[in-house]
Design a protein around this ligand. Structure first.
Ligand code: RB5
Length: 149
């Protein structure tokens, strides 16, 4: 599976940890930066990862910033993106099972590395359940059409 990765400076260290984990586990990674800890504005990276997922260049994305907030809010502005900011395993699982999240967002200053990798693993290994949840996700998509005119 191809995963698009991205962070700002606040999420850089965690992105590098996640990247190493993914590569070790034979995922193909496309890294959209940051490539060092110099200050960089999270909307720029959030957009790049979101576009890679939206256009099918990557199947899923994982993004990090200090809190995960700014970069997830940014990614969610791109149509077709459902970025879920989580810090517990139940939400990581449900964001896939019920919301079909296609991007996972984590806060590099919020979650420690061990928990972060558990969240990544849980998220990547959970399938969308569809059914009544599919109807709800379709309604999310309808909101994009309704307000993106
Ligand atoms: C950068 O200092 C910080 O604001 C950013 O990483 C993120 O936490 C914003 O939501």
């Amino acid at each position: 599976m191809k995963i698009a990765l991205g962070s700002d400076h606040g999420g850089y260290d965690l992105k590098e940890i996640i990247k190493a984990y993914l590569e070790k586990n034979n995922y193909e990674v496309i890294d959209f930066g940051a490539f060092n800890k110099d200050s960089i504005d999270y909307p720029e990276i959030g957009e790049k990862v979101a576009l890679a997922v939206k256009d099918g260049e990557a199947e899923k994305g994982i993004i990090t910033c200090g809190t995960g907030l700014g970069i997830s809010i940014s990614a969610n502005k791109v149509p077709g993106i459902r970025a879920a900011l989580v810090s517990d395993t139940f939400s990581a699982k449900m964001s896939r099972a019920h919301n079909d999240a296609n991007i996972l967002a984590l806060g590099g200053r919020v979650v420690g590395p061990d928990l972060a990798l558990e969240l990544v693993q849980t998220w990547l290994n959970t399938e969308f359940e569809g059914g009544r949840h599919g109807i709800r996700v379709d309604k999310i998509k309808n909101l994009e059409t309704k307000y993106n005119k």
